[in-house]
Each structure stands twice: as structure tokens, then as C-alpha cells.
Design a binder for this molecule. Structure first.
Ligand code: BDR
Ligand code: CA
Length: 311
């Protein structure tokens, strides 16, 4: 079977790092387009280059927008991922270059060069995708699949706007543009992420058995892990890794529902919330395949291999 061909929009970020290790182990990566989100664009772009160095690949890294489309973000996620987004380990300046092309333009070019071949995996605020769509609304026709990590489909979010999840809440207008433009995408939300956390001891065993990818991830993960433990978040939560598992192998999904999903742009307490029309009351065509359950054992096997700890 030929490998999946992925174009990854990302804001590394600890769980982004794990997702990219998975992509490298199980797929071909056509490019990394970088968004601001977890931390500022300077850090996320540099972290992506650090990962490219670690993997010894020549995957191009394209920097994108440094801020959301319309409003300044209300929060970042440095308190989870570390001030530099990679656990403040202090990695040296990476050797991998930053490509001389804006992320949105690279998304358009690469999908024009390979129409229908690339699965777009969105692991960050959707600023770059929205900008690309505004420049060229025919983008969805050239993408094989779009898999988005984002949202909280029953309002159990992870930001200061309680029902909003971070990627959508950071740039709600961008998410609105993307959700309106793509006739069909797969949505892996924060709540699904919590249902698919890994057991801590089991994950530690993978880190111990793995190769340099596992040592790297063990280092960058420390800050996020301490934060989760302090905030009563159980197990190893890896939002972007779950979305990546779905992108790599959609047959891993055991349960999903097709529904219309929209983004709240105005709510005083709810800006950035994903509003799911569960009972199809609005008569709008469903745009999202909402992933509710995946095969946890197969997800685990994909992560183990990405860490070099496969049995
Ligand atoms: C999402 O937000 C970021 O902090 C993570 O990298 C993930 O993409 C989870 O809400
Ligand atoms: Ca992310």
C-alpha cells in the first residue's frame, strides 16, 4: 500500500511534535506550514526546523501568519507547552532552513502541483488555511482530505472562553472561513482527545524503549506533563497525535457522525465555540465528519512506532 501524502499546518507545540514524528514514521510529508498559536510564530517556525533536523529529512518549512486574521488572540498556550513551545529545553539554533515562501502560498502551490493527492492535516489555528482559501477558493477541490484538530463538540473546551477549544478560539474567523469553504472535512475535537489519552506508565515504557525520537519527546513533553498533572488532566493527552492517526489511517475510526459545524464569532462568553447542529435543525448540509471514537490499540501502535519503540 502506498504511503499517505500529507501537508501539515502546525504550531509546534508538544503534541504537534508527536504528530509530526508519527507522520514521518507512517507517511510522506510534503511540507510543514507554520502558524502562530501555542506560542509566537518565531518559536513555532524554529521548533518545526528543530524537528526537521531531528528527523534528518529535507521537508520544507513555510512560515505563515504571525497573528490571527481579525482580532488579537486572547491567550496563547505557553503555560502548557513552555515559553518556547518546546518545554524550554534550550535546543540550539536548528540547521534546517526556513523556505522563502509564505505558508498560504505554499499550500496553494503544492496542491496545484499535486491535485487530489495531498491530505491536509490542520493541527493549529486555521489562519494559514483561511488566508489560502481567500486567495484561491478552489483549494478544497485539490485536496484529498482535510483533517482538523479543533473544537469541542459538546462545549467542553479548554480555553478561557469555556466552550471554545484552543485552535478554534485563537482565530475564530479563520475557522469560520475554513468550515464554510470546505464541503467536507474530518474533525477531531478536544473532547475526543480526552477520551483517547494514554496510560502514564504505559507511555513511560514507550519513552524508555524508544530511540532518539523518544528521548527528544520525553524532554519537550516534561512541562506539559507537569501542567496536566497539576490540573487534574488524566493520562497522556495528545490532541494533534490523535488527529494525525486519523489522517494517516482513516480506518482507525470506529465511530463518527456527520453533522453541520459552525463557529461562534460574537459570544461574550462563547466566542470560538464550535456549534454542532446535532439534530439537523438548520437544514444546512453537514460539513464535518466528527470523529467520536478510534481504535485505541492501533492509535497506540502508531505512536510507539513513531517513538522508535515498536514491539
Ligand atoms: C490544540 O491546541 C494546542 O495547544 C495543541 O497543540 C492542539 O493543537 C488542543 O486544543
Ligand atoms: Ca497544535
Amino acid at each position: 500500500m502506498s504511503k499517505p501524502q500529507l501537508l501539515i499546518d502546525t504550531d509546534p507545540g508538544v503534541d504537534d511534535a508527536l504528530a509530526i514524528l508519527m507522520a514521518h514514521a507512517h507517511a510522506d510529508i510534503a511540507g510543514l506550514s507554520i502558524a502562530a498559536g501555542n506560542v509566537g510564530l518565531g518559536h513555532t517556525a524554529r521548533n518545526a526546523r528543530t524537528l526537521v533536523d531531528l528527523l534528518g529529512t529535507a521537508v520544507p518549512v513555510f512560515a505563515g501568519c504571525a497573528s490571527p486574521l481579525v482580532r488579537a488572540p486572547e491567550e496563547d498556550a505557553a503555560f502548557v507547552h513552555g515559553m518556547d513551545g518546546f518545554g524550554d529545553v534550550g535546543f540550539p539554533e536548528p540547521a534546517a532552513p526556513l523556505a522563502d515562501e509564505a505558508a498560504a502560498l505554499a499550500l496553494l502551490r503544492l496542491t496545484r502541483e499535486r491535485p487530489g493527492e495531498l491530505t491536509l492535516v490542520a493541527l493549529a489555528p486555521l489562519t494559514n488555511l483561511a488566508l489560502a482559501l481567500r486567495l484561491d477558493p478552489s483549494l478544497p477541490q485539490r485536496v484529498k482530505r482535510l483533517v482538523v484538530m479543533g473544537g469541542a463538540v459538546t462545549g467542553h473546551g479548554n480555553t478561557g472562553k469555556v466552550p471554545a477549544e484552543f485552535n478554534i478560539g485563537f482565530d475564530p474567523e479563520a475557522a469560520h472561513v475554513v468550515f464554510e469553504a470546505f464541503p467536507s472535512f474530518e474533525l477531531v475535537d478536544w473532547e475526543a482527545t480526552l477520551r483517547h489519552a494514554f496510560d502514564d506508565a504505559e507511555f513511560d515504557a514507550w519513552l524508555a524503549a524508544g530511540d532518539r525520537r523518544a528521548s527528544f519527546f520525553g524532554q519537550v513533553f516534561r512541562t506539559a506533563r507537569a501542567f496536566n498533572a497539576k490540573h487534574d488532566r488524566q493520562g497522556v493527552i495528545a490532541a494533534d497525535a490523535l488527529a494525525m492517526a486519523v489522517a494517516i489511517d482513516p480506518s482507525i475510526v470506529l465511530r463518527s457522525e456527520r453533522r453541520h459545524v459552525a463557529v461562534e464569532l460574537d459570544g461574550r462568553l462563547t466566542r470560538g465555540a464550535t456549534v454542532v447542529d446535532w439534530a439537523a435543525r438548520l437544514g444546512r448540509p453537514p460539513n464535518a465528519q466528527i470523529v467520536l471514537e478510534v481504535d485505541q490499540a492501533r492509535f497506540a501502535a502508531m505512536v510507539r512506532r513513531a517513538l522508535g519503540a515498536a514491539a
